[in-house]
Design a binder for this molecule. Structure first.
Ligand SMILES: Cc1cc2nc3c(=O)[nH]c(=O)nc-3n(C[C@H](O)[C@H](O)[C@H](O)COP(=O)(O)OP(=O)(O)OC[C@H]3O[C@@H](n4cnc5c(N)ncnc54)[C@H](O)[C@@H]3O)c2cc1C
Length: 680
């Protein structure tokens, strides 16, 4: 293409900028490259074409083109260098086309933000296509606009606008301005802006969000094998040995019940449906494997470096990482986020670690567990007992005292009663004191072996019983004791080893934060860890100001009859407001699904805890029923918004559902009225 043929395009380009009201050309460094300060329409319209060219440096004015037949001498420059130069020499570099509406939109965005940008309009240049190829090589993106801020690739129009909304743009702009939060010098001083220790629910959420906002992030994740050698992939507790396999095994158990129920609805099925443990474990582990893979891909896509190694502090900004081949590396970070989660505790009794297992092992156990003892009264103990019994496995729960400490005790007892009625044996008041192997299991034959468990009650009476599997669910310990926390001087609660933080998840060492299960005094739940991680990253690297609200977090215990709750237990409501100020509305319930199979009449229960002096504001919501998690999630927004009992009364129910019970609760506990459900 001759320079003459470039002219119409060139004029078109300038004309567009004029008519769009966006350009005042201040410095042309080469054909088609302009440093453009975007101004408001009226001042731009006052500029003449002549004026536009008056301060072009190193550029042959247009009238010379018109009066000469000689083509201008344009030195052939390497397109990669052209791209790199624009990026290097401009805080904001935009590769654009004059006629592209998305390019115009991006330029208008920077104009509105009063930001100066360097632009190459590729459609005004002979080497435009080469430049686009160079961009493709550099960024994987050939289309324009293609935006860079302080050397970092932002992307096209949508990505740039998204970066503006998320605060990433501001973060990237601040990088060179010595912004208090992230100074450029830090990028030089430290290997990373952020290193996250722990690739679980919280750590992954935080690292991905931080990377999205432009931070240089690494996440260290390493699974220390259990005493019997179980290990797993990226994603932490929830996906590998927590929520996900637990809910899937709960579902397997529900299906067993449904098969039985189906017969009463006319389905012709075998007399006794058989369950195969290894098929279930194989299918669940395959799903988990796909999730592990997905997390790795997501980290790669978001440019988070995944370091599959155990991390520990060397000093407050330095970590030593050790991989499974014992290869060590030292890395430094401006910010360090602790998200190491927890691991199941073993009792300090003979044989516990040698012969016992925990929730870390059960979901991938290669053989049928056989007769199982579950030690503990935690939700994990009850959930595991629930699904094992639902799969037809002989299950006993050994509890020292109350069930589900911290949860509403009326409901905890209803859960216990229901489980006892459904083939789960409870040994109350006992604790195990010794485990002995009396027969080895055979991996080849898929047999679990036999274990003799000696237990003792408060009176010192001993009891011996044989089991195939013993699962401890007596609590979880925060993973803070092997990470050299003392070298960083981070304060822990000496009682539980959890990290003490302020409401912004900041420890006593300002650049070290903690989220998730290791946070002292906070709920150990996946969505809580995720929310804390995301909001923290936004505050550190974006414009975020929101802090995680740890109040009124809904949760569900996936026992055979699920228990969903949000807000206060009845005990806590009484402790907070006084028994006289509390009104409890409640009802037993029978889900329609169980009526035809004629099981579980009035086993479900619903209650709302209200504060009289606050116009019957609902401070506690509790439901014991199938699908309680789904029901609770919906109603939780009501509690978050401060719903009153009258709001529940005003709500029209969906019939026939379980949840509609909350729209018609009219019996108070204090009235002592019969609350068994009679009709539909
Ligand atoms: C059986 C069970 C069922 C559960 N069910 C539910 C449920 O239904 N709903 C719910 O919301 N929550 C549930 N939870 C809780 C939920 O799993 C946790 O709250 C959540 O996983 C916590 O996330 P986290 O990021 O704090 O830690 P984790 O997810 O535990 O991740 C921590 C990661 O850090 C790694 N790590 C630790 N130390 C280091 C180190 N020094 N270097 C490198 N890596 C390290 C660990 O190996 C792990 O991968 C359940 C938990 C269990 C055990």
């Amino acid at each position: 293409m001759s320079s003459r043929s470039l002219l119409p395009q060139f004029f078109f380009s300038i004309e567009r900028h004029l008519t769009l009201g966006v350009a005042r050309q201040t410095n042309f460094t080469r054909i088609g490259i302009r440093r453009v300060s975007y101004l408001k329409q009226k001042s731009v319209l006052a500029l003449s074409t002549r004026h536009l060219f008056s301060d072009v440096k190193g550029f042959i004015p247009c009238h010379r083109f018109l009066s000469s037949n000689m083509p201008p001498v344009v030195p052939k420059t390497d397109p990669i260098k052209i791209v790199e130069d624009l990026i290097k020499n401009n805080r904001i570099a935009v590769f654009s086309k004059t006629t592209c509406p998305y390019c115009i939109k991006v330029k208008q965005l920077f104009s509105a933000l009063n930001l100066e940008i360097g632009v190459i309009e590729v459609d005004t240049r002979e080497d435009g296509a080469d430049i686009q190829d160079a961009l493709l090589q550099k960024t994987g993106q050939k289309t324009v606009p293609n935006v860079f801020v302080n050397g970092e690739h932002v992307g096209g129009c949508d990505k740039t606008i998204e970066a503006h909304h998320s605060g990433r743009l501001q973060f990237l702009l601040n990088k060179s301005q010595g912004d208090a939060s992230v100074e450029m010098t830090d990028a030089v001083k430290y290997d990373y802006d952020l290193v996250v220790i722990g690739g679980g629910s919280g750590g992954l959420a935080a690292s991905k969000e931080a990377a999205l906002l432009g931070a240089k992030v690494a996440v260290c994740d390493f699974v220390v094998p259990t005493p019997i050698g179980t290990t797993w992939g990226l994603g932490g507790t929830c996906v590998n040995v927590g929520c996900i396999p637990k809910k899937l095994m709960h579902q397997a158990a529900i299906l067993g019940q449904s098969v039985e129920d189906a017969k009463t609805f006319g389905w012709e099925l075998p007399e006794k449906a058989k369950h195969d443990w290894t098929t279930m474990v194989g299918a669940i582990q395959a799903h988990i494997g796909s999730l592990n893979w997905g997390y790795r891909v997501a980290l790669r896509e978001k440019k988070v470096e995944y370091i599959n190694a155990f991390a520990e502090f060397v000093d407050p900004h330095t970590l030593k990482t050790t991989d499974k081949r014992q290869k060590e590396k030292t890395i430094t970070a401006k910010y360090i986020l602790l998200a190491t989660g927890g691991r199941p505790r073993y009792p300090d009794i003979p044989g516990a670690q040698e012969f016992g297992i925990t929730s870390d092992d059960i979901f991938s156990l290669p053989h049928h567990p056989g007769k199982t003892l579950l030690v503990g009264a935690s939700y994990i103990a009850l959930e595991c007992a629930g699904f094992l019994a639902g799969l037809g496995i002989n299950s006993t729960v050994m509890v020292r005292s109350i069930l589900l400490r911290g949860f509403d005790q009326q409901i905890a007892n209803l859960i216990g009663n229901y489980m006892e009625k459904h083939k789960i044996r409870f040994q109350r008041g006992y604790v195990p004191i010794k485990l002995e192997r009396i027969e080895e299991g055979s991996p080849e034959e898929g047999t679990p072996g036999r274990i003799m468990v000696t237990s003792q009650n408060e009176e010192g009476e001993l009891m011996e019983e044989e089991y195939n599997t013993v699962l401890f669910a007596i609590g979880r310990d925060a993973c803070t004791n092997k990470i050299g926390i003392e070298k960083a001087n981070v304060m822990l609660n000496p009682k539980n080893g959890k990290v003490i933080c302020d409401e912004k998840e900041q420890t006593n060492i300002p650049h070290i934060y903690a989220i998730g299960d290791i946070l002292d005094g906070k709920l150990e739940l996946t969505p809580v860890a995720i929310q804390a991680g995301r909001l923290l990253a936004k505050r550190l690297f974006g414009n975020g100001t929101l802090i995680t609200d740890y109040v009124n977090v809904p949760t569900t215990v996936f026992t055979p009859l699920e228990y969903g709750c949000v807000g206060l237990s009845e005990e806590d409501a009484i402790a907070k407001y006084g028994a006289d100020d509390i009104e409890v509305y409640h009802s037993f319930l029978t889900p329609l699904e169980v009526t035809v199979p004629k099981r579980d009449g009035n086993e479900g229960y619903a209650k709302l805890i209200c504060v009289k002096s606050l116009d019957e504001k609902v401070v506690g919501f509790h439901i014991l029923s199938p699908n309680a998690g789904e029901i609770t999630q919906g109603f939780a927004i009501g509690l978050k918004l401060g719903a009153k009992k009258a709001d529940f009364d005003n709500l029209i129910g969906i019939h026939p559902t379980i949840a509609e019970v909350f729209t018609t609760l009219n019996s108070t506990k204090s009235s002592g009225a019969d609350v068994l459900q009679k009709g539909c």
